[in-house]
Design a binder for this molecule. Structure first.
Ligand code: FES
Length: 65
């Protein structure tokens, strides 16, 4: 599923980024360009970010797969 249409960023890419150390919306924007244009994806991306940040490391790998 696409999270950010403007940058063609998928939910999987967001989850992968969090698994690889991205911990904030600012870092997500710098890393993937999420919410860098119209900003309509910010709420959804933030929800995924929060969900993934709270996962234990071993569950993050399963979540991103
Ligand atoms: S949908 Fe992500 S910046 Fe527009």
């Amino acid at each position: 599923m696409y999270v950010c249409i403007c940058q063609a960023v998928t939910e999987r890419q967001v989850r992968d980024a969090v698994q690889n150390g991205v911990q904030s919306m600012r870092a997500l924007r710098e890393h993937l360009g999420v919410a860098a244009e119209c900003g309509k994806c910010a709420r959804c991306a933030h929800g995924i970010l929060k969900e993934c940040r709270n996962c234990p490391r071993d569950e993050q790998a399963a979540c991103a797969a």
